[in-house]
Ligand binder design. Sequence first.
Ligand SMILES: [Mg+2]
Length: 401
Amino acid sequence: MKRVIVHVDMDAFFASVEIRDNPKLKNKPVVIGAMPHERGVVSTCNYIARKYGIHSAMNIKEAYRLCPQAVFMHGDYEKYRKVSAQLHHIWETYADVTEYIACDEGYLDVTRSVKEFRSPEELGLLIKARVKAETGLTCSVGIGYSKSAAKTASEERKPDGFFIIPDREAYCELIHDRDIRVIFGIGKRTAEKLNGYGIHKVSDIIASQKQIMSLLGDKHARFIINSALGLDDRPVIHYDASDAKSLSREMTFQHDQRNFTFLQDVLLLLARNVDERLKTRGLYGRTVTLKITYGDMKSITRSQTCESTNDGYEIYKIAVELLRKVKRQPVRLLGLGMQNLSKDYIRQLTFADLRQDNTESGMEQGIRQLEKRYGMDLSLEKMHSSLGYIYEAVEKMAAGI
Ligand SMILES: [Mg+2]
């Protein structure tokens, strides 16, 4: 193979992590996302749950209707992020370039590093074995001569799969009779359009090239036809969502919220979470963004640029100013984000830095006030700062007002 590309994809990632950590869940349908009585969608479910027809992005109530005996859980996204970092560390050992397209999935260009192994197969199986040994989780690994081939290969034997598509001939033969949706670049709408003209299989694309040109326009058509012919020279480009230039936390309420003092209190919890994540990654941000979705599903965002900071309480104060200026209507979703992140900020001494360690920070004081107001323990130790705990705490707070 001229290029050797690995596509690695964890199997039912969030659900697998929860089952790993709680063996009682083994052999049960597990749905991560929300509780059945809540608003929300399925984030991930295990393969047992999939047998009932449950899938990602499905409304949680629909999932409950299909399988009421399933175990429903909130996701612990901080935990998944840590596992993801562990995975990336393993994968990076073997790759010349990594392109992460999700926290549990990525392309590895191993064209050069594979030469240290007897075969691509040996490398692929080693990646699987290390992932299993070091995280206790299974993944599917596909190896191909292109990104499309690698991705198709990893899906071929999922879960815990391993498959190689060494060249164009093997790829074309494999997808020849498959639905056109297997082609990268054909989404739902394009598929519907082509289906309307009797184009259902990959072989139909190859047989109807002229027609597709006139239907989709040169550029799009050319791309799809090339894909159907197994021609894909897209490079693996270094990308990691955790390097992204923004970081945010948002939550959807079970009941639309009209009480703006309460919303302000929720902002403090969100700000503490953002603060923690900035600090663990050594990041500072310069733009605070408030996001609101109202009960009528209209969304707004409001931003304010500030001096580079990683201080949750500073972020909170700016967010509160932004909140004061928005329309007072029932709120369905509240989000707080930090943009323009950088690592290389040279810290200037501020009043906060000069504060003696035994003085309480603004954040600590703020949290203590919330604890009094709602009669709850909101300490970080208690909350583990995971999204699930924030959700739980906020719903309890909402019930108390
Ligand atoms: Mg996956």
